[in-house]
Ligand binder design. Structure first.
Ligand SMILES: [Mg+2]
Length: 461
């Protein structure tokens, strides 16, 4: 039972004091009656006829005594219940005073109506018994604490039991590590114990290249990246550059490649914003209303494929990418739309990403916020999801078994490549260290120092 707002736990001392007050008042009433009853008894209307006979007197007092005895345990039980539920203080104290005072009423009733003085003595004894029973047997703070503990246990039992499915996930239950931790459990493809044979590099007809960590580090081209790009161009080998970054458009990525002197074409670049837009365009009708939480690039890519952007619910889809200008207002509108049945989509699940200032929140952290607020998990698009890998393969124009995924992260690039059955080439010197690679159960097909090493291997063929 819910605890009333005005309740406080009564100290045992106050409880006993109030009970004693009730008893003393009752004994005073009994003492006064003891003195005045002999003077009143001649006036008692029960003193004449049948009502005045000893048979009636005994019968009447017997019934009164039985009522008093029956009511004794009933009142005691009520007081225990009130203490357990931490009922309002004033109510508990009044009830306890009444409990110890009541025998005086039975005494007055019996003695005044029958003129029997000894009845007052019996009721005085009953009053004292009642006081001791509650003073010894009822400890309000202990009973309230016991009950609260019991209720907490029951609630915890429910959380761990079946009711957890019906309620939204608690914040505690949210994943704290791993970029794919928020993904709906749809890794069946990878989880199948497929014994894939490592294909020779000579069978690879095209490459999907991760960008940050493979082609460049921040604002610096990686060793061998420019030469490898020239090698691809020279031999007209198909390639796609693939980034989980959803804050940039294809044009932005193209500008960066040009700035760093890496001769790869902008139209071969796919970022998470574009991949999400293209993937969604295959599934949602043109003109569908999309509420975007993200950088302008994400909105631009979604508009480019024919969707209508809205800023408030109702929306058909809520698409969330990393937003460097995130506000409560945006999160609120997204929450309302998702709760009104908009489909919840995340461009990529990376919880954090490295910046010059240290590790900062990534899109996965935004998704975790919305998941906590809505109780719904997003559908994810970015690496290592099959969705993004399939968009990339479509642009590459090759089947997965003729393509290689080149990346510096096991959990996104290598996992993504394996999810669609591509050959995987892991480059050292990026986010994942050699030690992490050794400890991981996820093993890439090839491990190389950089793109120069890959080029050396290819030129040997
Ligand atoms: Mg990378």
């Amino acid at each position: 039972m819910e605890r009333p707002l005005n309740s406080t736990v009564i100290s045992r001392r106050d409880y006993i004091l109030v009970g004693a007050l009730g008893l003393i008042l009752g004994l005073v009433v009994i003492a006064v009656l003891f003195i005045v009853t002999p003077m009143l008894s001649p006036l008692a209307f029960l003193s004449s006829g049948f009502l005045g006979t000893p048979l009636f007197t005994i019968g009447f007092l017997l019934v009164l005594g039985l009522i008093a005895l029956a009511e004794f345990p009933l009142m005691f039980y009520t007081l225990v219940r009130l203490a357990r539920q931490a009922a309002p203080t004033w109510f508990q104290l009044t009830m306890h005073a009444a409990y110890t005072f009541f025998p005086a009423i039975y005494g007055a009733l019996g003695t005044i109506l029958t003129g029997e003085n000894w009845w007052l003595g019996v009721m005085a004894l009953l009053g004292v018994m009642r006081f001791f029973s509650s003073a010894v047997g009822i400890n309000p703070p202990a009973l309230a604490a016991h009950e609260a503990k019991k209720q907490k246990k029951q609630l915890e039992g429910q959380d761990g039991g079946q009711s957890v499915e019906a309620s939204p996930p608690s914040v505690k239950a949210l994943p704290t590590i791993g970029p794919d931790a928020l993904a709906p459990a749809d890794y069946s493809f990878f989880q199948k114990p497929v014994q894939s044979q490592v294909r020779p590099l000579s069978s690879i007809k095209g490459y999907i290249l991760d960008m940050d960590g493979v082609l460049y580090h921040g604002e610096r081209a990686r060793d061998g990246a420019i030469a490898f790009a020239e090698y691809l161009n020279r031999h007209q080998i198909p390639y796609v550059c693939l980034s989980n970054n959803a804050s940039q458009t294809r044009a932005h990525f193209g500008e960066k490649l040009e700035r760093l002197g890496i001769p790869l074409r902008a139209e071969r670049v796919i970022g998470a914003a574009q991949a999400t837009a293209e993937w969604l365009a295959q599934r949602a009708p043109v003109g569908a209303r999309i509420l975007v939480v993200g950088e302008p690039a994400l909105g631009e890519e979604l508009t480019r494929v024919g969707f209508t952007l809205v800023e408030k619910a109702p929306a058909d889809y809520v698409v969330v990418g990393v937003d460097f200008h995130l506000t409560y207002e945006k999160l609120k509108e997204a929450t309302l739309a998702i709760r009104q049945r908009a489909v919840f989509i995340g461009t990529n699940p990376d919880l954090t990403y490295p910046s010059e200032e240290g590790i900062v929140p990534g899109n996965g952290s935004q998704l975790a916020y919305l998941q906590a607020a809505t109780g719904k998990a997003p559908t994810l698009v970015g690496k290592p999801q099959v969705a993004m890998m399939e968009v990339a393969l479509t642009h590459l124009g090759l089947p997965a078994n003729q393509a290689a995924m080149v990346g510096d992260r096991l959990d996104t690039d290598i996992q993504g490549g394996k999810n669609v059955g591509m050959t995987t080439i892991f480059l050292l010197g990026g986010v994942t260290t050699m030690n992490e690679l050794a400890a991981s159960t996820l093993k890439p097909d090839y491990v190389m120092d950089d793109l120069a090493a890959l080029q050396d291997e290819l030129e040997k063929i």
